[in-house]
Design a protein around this ligand. Structure first.
Ligand code: ADP
Length: 178
């Protein structure tokens, strides 16, 4: 699932996972769990998240790989928030080949910026302050275009209008999944 901050990755990820009976994995949640646990890596993660910057790939891959591998062994997963950059997508594809995983679809929820802002300011997570939101939207703007093109080039991009009621978005995605 690819979407800007506030784009609905989490909501749709959970709905789709429930419908398909697979695990929903949010990269942000996996990282935040380390922050909550107060581990050394969690302290590193917190610094990046609170600035709205991407967490370094080494940390992200280290924490996510075992979670994804375990979910794959149980029948599949909906991954939200990862990959977020083309280099992550390339490394993820290599890892996927080694673990014998295939990526069926990359779902992009397209939502206009004013709607994103409205949703994020209503949510009030620790990284949902106006300044950090601006930085997260900027990071998304810089990285998402190439990432979306990467999956479009590979013929697996599913782009849907993310500015609709949640049920309609889920229905649109389901209708377009392979
Ligand atoms: P949002 O999409 O609203 O920013 P997430 O929970 O997906 O919310 O991500 C929150 C933060 O977690 C990001 O700003 C970033 O610091 C970190 N993060 C999440 N996924 C990744 C990733 N794939 N690579 C690097 N950092 C990530």
């Amino acid at each position: 699932m690819i979407a800007a901050p506030g784009g609905g990755k989490g909501t749709q990820g959970e709905r789709l996972a429930a419908k398909y009976g697979v695990q929903h994995i949010s990269s942000g949640d996996v990282l935040r769990a380390q922050v909550r646990a107060g581990t050394p890596v969690g302290r590193e993660v917190a610094a990046f998240q609170l600035r709205g910057d991407l967490v370094p790939d080494q940390i992200v891959f280290g924490l996510l790989t075992p979670v994804v591998a375990a979910a794959a062994a149980r029948g599949g997963y909906i991954l939200d928030g990862f990959p977020r950059t083309v280099p992550q997508a390339i490394t993820a594809a290599e890892l996927g080949r080694r673990l014998d995983l295939t990526l069926d679809a990359a779902v992009y929820l397209n939502v206009p910026d004013p709607v994103l802002l409205q949703r994020l300011l209503a949510r009030a997570r620790a990284d949902d302050t106006a300044e950090v939101i601006r930085r997260r939207l900027q990071v998304f703007a810089e990285t998402s275009g190439p990432l979306i093109d990467y999956y479009r080039d590979r013929g697996i991009l599913v782009e849907v209008d993310g500015d609709q009621p949640p049920e309609s978005i889920t229905a649109d995605i389901k209708a377009r999944l392979p």
